[in-house]
Design a protein around this ligand. Structure first.
Ligand code: NAD
Ligand code: MLT
Length: 528
């Protein structure tokens, strides 16, 4: 099988080596597509690699009939319509670590340039002026740096600012006392950080909640003469409010690497001498570009080879060591979902997944996603995958619930999937038996030991002499070989279940013959 890969923004040639090395990958490097051209051409590709220039809109995604993965060589995925990608079953991956160092170094370069007016002095001397008076700066030592957003880059900035002997105060909803202490910084609320910072630097993603988090009222709360830096995303700082705050003298200066609209050349804020700027260069180092291109290229190869991505954005991601532990349960989990999808379902309400045992202590979201995929795929086809399974379930009003207990339920690990519909609850449970592989160990309340594989026949009947023989004879008459057989019953003479593994699937006539037998409530054929 061959794959067509489109790289539509400039990426490091060394970084895309994993793609070049992969067998049967046809790579198109074209960075000058017009929006219209791309809308037409996109359907030819299996993978799209971008930086921040290509706008991966819903319109584009809906025309990308063959696209399996969108790879963002960088951190921010705000140029990609994630909902549209998820709804269309396309995995989005990014490279969250590769440019952290470059972005942090750029922030510090901007901080120092802002404090010492280096860009302004440079321009002046290049214009043949020897002006020392206009370019008197301020020291960093002893000043306070307020950081809004202490993730990967915020943390690296904090470490470097400490090296400049600055005090650091940070606000991040996920910052813990412990981490703040380890990093030697103070924690504060957003208002506290704004109030004490001589310099304020933002390092959040651009989200609904962070859009204009630094607005006119935030500038009001800042110290007189504070300076602000944005090397994260345009739109976190309200540029019009910044303009007014600098004009009024409240804010002494700003350093901007990113803008609400890029390329930004005409914004009035750039006319102010107090504003220094770079054209989105935070990650523009040879090292960072190579790192991010390598990371996403590897993920594209993994995904197109049917393996799991390392840095997925729109599917649950778990650490590698956790993945190693849950991976053996992948096949079983999908099959438990598929098994229940074969039962008679009327007005489905919910799927509840109960994890009991060691697994429950881990992040098992990918298993849940796999169960939902297995369940829905049987009814809705291959449009359902690990990316959009939960979304499609939600769209169809199916509640997905996950319960966990580390207490063992008879097995080291037991996964029980319960389907609730108008008629009640159906249940199947499975485990991995040491050295023997996956097993279905319970169907409804009946204990079983069945390999979840091939053609299964589930016969609900009333416990009575001869029931098993009648099914056996009928199958023999139709030349159907039985590989395994299990029976379970609640009480003698009560309701019972037979589960057979047969060598070929039964046709409708054969199934109705079994269904027509006396004492047989219902018969379900399951293909796993
Ligand atoms: P990250 O996910 O590691 O960190 C972001 C942090 O922001 C998280 O800790 C999160 O808890 C915090 N946060 C979220 N909402 C918040 C809120 N309302 N208030 C305060 N904190 C909040 O991301 P990162 O890798 O550190 O990247 C940070 C930003 O830098 C992103 O916007 C990214 O796109 C941008 N970036 C820019 C460049 C560039 O070229 N200028 C390069 C790399 C990254
Ligand atoms: C990122 O989010 O990674 C940066 O903005 C860098 C880039 O766009 O390349």
């Amino acid at each position: 099988m061959s794959f067509n890969i489109l790289i539509s923004d400039p990426l490091s040639e060394e970084g895309i080596f994993p793609l070049r090395e992969a067998k049967d990958f046809n790579i198109t490097l074209k960075t000058d597509f017009t929006t219209e051209e791309l809308l037409v051409d996109i359907e030819n590709y299996d993978a799209l690699l971008v930086r921040s220039q290509t706008q991966v809109t819903r319109e584009l995604i809906e025309k990308a009939h063959n696209l399996k993965v969108i790879a963002r060589a960088g951190v921010g995925v705000d140029n990609i319509d994630l909902n549209a990608a998820t709804e269309n079953g396309i995995i989005v991956v990014n490279a969250p670590d590769g440019n952290t160092n470059s972005a942090a170094e750029h922030t510090i370069a901007m901080l120092m340039s802002l404090a010492r007016k280096i860009p302004q002095a440079y321009l002046s001397i290049k214009n043949k002026k020897w002006d020392r008076k206009s370019h008197v700066g301020v020291e960093l030592r002893g000043k306070t740096l307020g950081i809004v957003g202490l993730g990967r880059i915020g943390e690296e900035v904090a470490r470097r600012a400490k090296g400049q002997r600055m005090e650091v105060v940070a606000y991040d909803p996920f910052l813990t006392e412990e981490r703040a202490e380890t990093l030697g910084l103070k924690m504060g609320t957003l208002d506290e950080v704004l109030a004490v910072g001589d310099f304020i630097t933002v390092h959040t993603p651009l989200l609904k909640e962070t859009r204009h988090i630094i607005d006119a009222s935030a500038f009001e709360k800042m110290k007189q003469g504070a300076r602000v830096i944005n090397c994260a995303r345009g739109g976190i700082i309200d540029e019009d409010a910044l303009y007014d705050a600098i004009k009024s003298g409240k804010i002494a200066g700003a350093a901007l690497d990113v803008f609400e609209e890029e390329p930004a050349v005409d914004h009035k804020v750039l006319e102010l001498k107090e504003v220094i700027a770079t054209p989105h260069l935070g990650a523009s180092t040879i090292e960072a570009q190579e790192n991010v291109a390598i990371d996403v290229s590897h993920d594209v190869v993994r995904i197109l080879s049917g393996e799991l991505a390392r840095n997925p954005v729109n599917i649950p991601s778990v650490p590698r060591e956790v993945m190693r532990k849950i991976e053996p349960y992948f096949d079983l989990s999908a099959k438990l979902g598929t098994f229940l999808a074969h039962t008679e379902i009327d007005g489905i309400e919910s799927l509840t997944i109960n994890y009991a045992g060691d697994l429950a202590a881990l992040r098992i979201a990918p298993l849940t996603q796999n169960i939902v995929k297995g369940f829905l795929q049987r009814r809705l086809g291959s449009q359902v995958n690990n990316v959009n399974a939960s979304y499609i379930a939600e769209q169809r009003g199916i509640t997905i619930q996950e319960n966990k207990t580390t207490a063992a339920r008879g097995f080291t690990n037991l996964i029980t999937v319960e389907l609730k519909d108008k008629n009640g609850v159906k249940r199947v449970a499975g485990t991995l038996l040491n050295g023997l592989g996956p097993r279905i160990v319970k169907v409804d309340d009946y204990s079983m030991d069945v390999v979840p594989e091939g053609h299964l026949l589930l016969v609900y009947h009333t416990d009575q002499p001869g029931a098993i023989g009648r099914v056996g004879s009928l199958l023999a008459e139709n030349d159907v070989n039985i590989a395994t057989m299990q029976v379970g019953r609640a009480v003698i003479g009560g309701s019972a279940i037979m589960m057979l593994t047969i060598d070929r699937p039964l046709n409708e006539t054969e199934l109705s013959q079994i269904r027509g037998m006396e004492g047989f409530d219902h018969v379900i054929a399951v293909d796993l």
